[in-house]
Design a protein around this ligand. Structure first.
Ligand SMILES: C[S@@+](CC[C@H](N)C(=O)[O-])C[C@H]1O[C@@H](n2cnc3c(N)ncnc32)[C@H](O)[C@@H]1O
Length: 243
């Protein structure tokens, strides 16, 4: 696909903040036909070092809560300041997605790029841990690294060049994610599909010189990419039934 909006985020300085296959391009594809209302308050769940939050604020005008477990909110705030984002348009929050502490029905939408697979494999996660903080009717958009077909019982040796069994257990196919999402009583599944983004977002990541990207090169250079894809999921929180 043509990445009209994310092309300008492809500078070495900005890309040095990515933590996996280019999350800005993934986000642009994920939101191609989004239904998030103008001026929405959006949870960027697993926002990493804030690039996807910057993209949501600058390109779509949303107010963004950049919620992440591993990154430093003060460092992310300094990044947003340096990028000229008005204070309050992006709020960096140290947050564990499995124990969020916002007011009920706080968010107008959730966007989650390359992180849901860390915490969302529990079939009860959506109903118990995320939906309570999302308004009825709100959209939830998720992009995750996936497998074209689950092959955990006979993992291709190429994949084991870069990742452990435990890490590969975070990566599954559309059938697996469909089953997980179908367990949520409070959300309607609008679509679960393979994304177009794959080779290009991997190439942007593997160009980085950090230890994780360097380690990931082994699997992809050995041809492991043919087993992998990215999966886009669009959900809508159902309206609560009175009584
Ligand atoms: C591969 S990184 C991707 C970050 C970012 N979306 C990007 O692509 O640059 C995965 C992210 O998931 C976040 N994460 C993992 N478990 C989490 C949890 N329980 N709650 C919140 N964030 C979590 C980590 O903090 C990390 O930033």
């Amino acid at each position: 696909m043509k990445y009209t909006l994310s092309e300008k985020y492809n500078t070495p300085a900005l890309q040095s903040r990515i933590m996996g296959p280019n999350p800005v391009k993934l986000e642009e594809e994920l939101l191609r036909e989004h239904q998030i209302p103008a001026g929405a308050v959006v949870c960027d769940l697993g926002s990493g070092m804030g690039l996807t939050s910057l993209f949501l604020a600058k390109e779509y005008g949303f107010t963004v809560y950049a919620c992440d477990l591993w990154s430093d909110p003060a460092e992310n705030q300094a990044f947003f300041d340096a990028m000229g984002v008005p204070r309050g348009q992006i709020v960096p929050v140290k947050a564990d997605a499995t124990s969020l502490s916002f007011e009920k029905d706080f968010f107008d939408a959730v966007v989650c790029v390359d992180s849901y697979n860390y915490f969302g494999r529990d079939p009860d996660y959506l109903d118990d841990k995320l939906l309570p903080f999302v308004k009825s009717g709100a959209m939830i958009y998720i992009a995750i690294p996936g497998m074209k077909r689950d092959c955990h019982s006979a993992l291709p040796p190429e994949l084991l060049l870069s990742w452990t069994l435990e890490q590969l257990d975070y990566i599954h196919d559309i059938a697996y994610w469909t089953k997980i999402m179908e367990c949520a009583k409070g959300a309607e599944i609008l679509s679960i599909k393979e994304m177009e983004s794959n080779e290009e977002v991997w190439a942007d990541w593997l160009r980085q010189e950090n230890e994780y990207a360097i380690s990931d090169r082994k699997a992809i250079e050995a041809g492991g990419g043919k087993y992998l894809n990215f999966i886009a999921i669009a959900l809508r929180k159902k309206s609560s039934v009175a009584g």
